[in-house]
Design a protein around this ligand. Structure first.
Ligand SMILES: Nc1ncnc2c1ncn2[C@@H]1O[C@H](COP(=O)(O)OP(=O)(O)OP(=O)(O)O)[C@@H](O)[C@H]1O
Ligand SMILES: [Mg+2]
Length: 482
C-alpha cells in the first residue's frame, strides 16, 4: 500500500514575498533555534479560518511542525529597525528574538504578516537569548484577544508553543519556561524602521519602503493621490488618523500598553507588542504599567500625547522626502479625531449609540464627563463597572426611570452621591436618546468583557499553569471572552 503523504496545510499557505522583494537592505536571513521539545499550548482557530484554512484540517502537530520546528519554510527574515525608547534614540535594535515568518492574504484579501517571537537569536540579539518566556507568551495571547474583543485594532496570537528550555529573567521567578509565539499583524514595519533609514541617510530606501507600505496597507490612497509627493503626505495623514483612533480605543478599553517606544509603533497604525501591558483597575490617568517606567512616561493617561509625539518624531525621516508644512498640517487633526473616536468608543461601552445621542442630547447632561467623574471618585475596577452595568441591564432591562437604577457593582463601596446621581441621570437620558432601545442591552454585551484581564486575573491564570500545568483557567477565560 502506498504511504500516505499528507501535507501540512500550514506549509501549503500561499505566501507572498512582499517584504522579501524589497531587498536585503531591510532585513537579514536568519535560522530558527532548535528546541528540545515542542508542545502546542494555544491555537487560534478563528484566525486559522481567517487565513483561509479549515481549522479541523490543521492538527496540533502541524502547528508544532511549522512554528516550533520550523519545517519547510525559508527564508525567515529578521527585520532591521531602530527606535526612540523613553525619549532616547537607540540604533541598537532590530528583530532580536523573532522574525517575519511569511506574508499572506486573508479571506478578505488583506495582506498580513506572520511573525514569531522567541524563535532564536538573530544578528540583532546583542547578547540577548532570543527567547520568550511562556508567561510572556500567555500574556500576549490574553492582550490580543481581549483588545480584539473590545474593538481595538490589534495584532493577535495565532499559536503559542512551549519549547522546553529554562530561561533566566530579572522580572520573573527563574528558571522560567520558554515559548515561541506566532503573531498575526498587518505589518511588522515600525516607525523605527523609517528612523533607521534617516540615521543612515538613505532617502531612496525610505521612499521604496513607504511606497511598499502604501501599496500593501493603504491601497485606497493611490486612487485619489496619484503616486507622487501627495501620496506620501496622504499616507502620513491616514496614519495620523489611524493612530489617533488607536489611542482612543486603548483609552476607552482602559488599556495601558506600557512601552510606547517608536519601535513598537506600527506603520499600519495597529496595536502590537504586549510586554508589560496592564488593564486599569481603578481609573487613574497616572497608572503606569511597566515597572521600569519610573517617570510614568507611558502612563495610561499620557498615551494620546505620546502617540502624537511619536507621530511628530516620524516626521523627521519623512522630511528627507517631503516638505514639513504639509506633514504638520496632516498631524493637526490628531486631537479632533482622538476626541471624537474616544467619545464614540466610551459611549458604546455604556450601550449608547454615539451619533444618535450626540444629536439628541444638546440640552441633556453629557454621560461622557459624568462617567469619568464617577469613576475617578468610586473605587471600582474600570472594566467591572461596565461589565456590571451590562449585567444589570441584561437581568433587569432598562430602568423605567433614572431613579430606578441603584449602584450595580456587587461588593463595591457606595459611590460618591453627587457623582452617582449625575452619572445615573446622564446615562439614563443618554439611553432615552438612542433610537434602537432594544440595541442597548446588546451593545453593552458586545462592547464589554465579562472579565477584564487585569493583573490579578492574569496572575491567577498563570499560577494554575505554573503550579499545576493546568491550562483550564486560560481556556475558560478565552471561552468567556472571545
Ligand atoms: N530575549 C531577547 N533576546 C534578544 N533580543 C531581545 C530579547 N528581548 C528583547 N530583545 C530585543 O530588544 C528590543 C526591544 O524589545 P521589545 O520587547 O520591544 O520587542 P520584542 O518584544 O522582542 O518584539 P516585538 O516588538 O516584535 O513584539 C528589540 O530589538 C528586541 O528584539
Ligand atoms: Mg518591541
Amino acid at each position: 500500500m502506498p504511504m500516505s503523504t499528507r501535507l501540512n496545510p500550514l506549509l501549503g499557505l500561499p505566501f507572498e514575498g512582499a517584504l522579501e522583494d524589497l531587498g536585503p537592505e531591510y532585513w537579514d536571513v536568519v535560522e530558527a533555534a532548535t528546541f528540545p521539545r515542542t508542545r502546542l499550548r494555544f491555537r487560534n482557530d478563528p484566525l486559522l479560518h481567517q487565513l483561509g484554512l479549515d481549522p479541523a484540517s490543521v492538527s496540533d502537530d502541524d502547528i508544532e511542525a511549522a512554528y516550533g520546528r520550523f519545517e519547510g519554510r525559508a527564508p525567515l527574515l529578521a527585520l532591521r529597525y531602530h527606535g526612540h525608547q523613553f525619549g532616547a534614540y537607540n540604533p541598537l535594535l532590530g528583530d532580536g528574538r523573532g522574525f517575519l515568518y511569511g506574508q499572506l492574504r486573508d479571506r478578505h484579501g488583506q495582506l498580513l504578516d506572520l511573525g514569531t517571537k522567541g524563535s532564536g537569536t538573530t544578528p540583532w540579539s546583542r547578547g540577548g537569548d532570543g527567547r520568550l518566556t511562556l508567561k510572556g507568551g500567555v500574556r500576549e495571547v490574553i492582550a490580543g484577544e481581549a483588545l480584539q474583543r473590545l474593538g481595538v485594532s490589534t495584532s493577535r496570537t495565532l499559536a503559542l508553543i512551549e519549547t522546553g528550555e529554562d530561561l533566566w529573567r530579572g522580572d520573573e521567578p527563574s528558571p522560567t519556561r520558554s515559548a515561541v509565539m506566532v503573531r498575526v499583524a498587518r505589518t511588522h514595519l515600525r516607525f523605527g524602521t523609517c528612523e533607521r533609514l534617516l540615521f543612515r541617510r538613505q532617502p531612496a530606501q525610505l521612499e521604496r519602503l513607504l511606497r511598499h507600505v502604501v501599496a500593501c496597507h493603504y491601497p485606497h490612497l493611490a486612487v485619489s493621490h496619484g503616486d507622487g509627493e501627495p501620496l506620501l503626505v496622504a499616507f502620513y495623514g491616514a496614519l495620523v488618523q489611524r493612530v489617533a483612533r488607536l489611542a482612543a480605543e486603548w483609552m476607552a478599553a482602559g488599556f495601558t500598553h506600557g512601552v510606547l517606544n517608536t519601535d513598537n509603533m506600527s506603520l499600519a497604525g495597529e496595536s502590537f507588542d504586549y510586554g508589560p501591558f496592564a488593564f486599569l483597575e481603578t481609573w487613574d490617568p497616572g497608572f503606569t504599567a511597566a515597572y521600569f517606567d519610573h517617570d510614568g512616561i507611558y502612563a495610561y493617561g499620557r498615551q494620546p500625547l505620546v502617540c502624537e509625539q511619536n507621530l511628530r518624531l516620524l516626521q523627521e525621516p519623512l522630511a528627507m522626502l517631503l516638505p514639513r508644512a504639509p506633514l504638520e498640517a496632516a498631524l493637526e487633526p490628531f486631537g479632533e479625531v482622538y476626541d471624537a473616536h474616544y467619545r464614540r468608543c466610551l459611549l458604546r461601552r455604556l450601550g449608547i449609540d454615539a451619533p444618535t445621542s450626540a444629536e439628541a442630547a444638546a440640552d441633556l447632561p453629557d454621560p461622557l464627563p459624568a462617567t469619568l467623574r464617577l469613576l475617578a471618585g468610586w473605587p471600582v475596577a474600570y472594566g467591572s463597572f461596565f461589565a456590571a452595568l451590562a449585567g444589570r441591564v441584561r437581568a433587569g432591562g432598562l430602568p423605567a426611570t433614572a431613579e430606578d437604577l441603584e449602584p450595580f457593582v456587587a461588593g463595591a463601596p457606595a459611590p460618591p452621591r453627587a457623582e452617582w446621581l449625575a452619572w445615573r441621570d446622564s446615562w439614563w437620558h443618554g439611553c432615552q436618546a438612542v433610537a434602537d432601545q432594544a440595541g442597548i442591552a446588546a451593545g453593552l454585551q458586545r462592547w464589554n468583557l465579562p472579565e477584564t484581564p487585569v493583573r490579578p486575573v492574569i496572575e491567577r491564570i498563570w499560577a494554575a499553569i505554573d503550579e499545576q500545568d493546568d491550562w483550564t483557567p486560560l481556556q475558560q477565560w478565552l471561552a468567556r471572552t472571545v
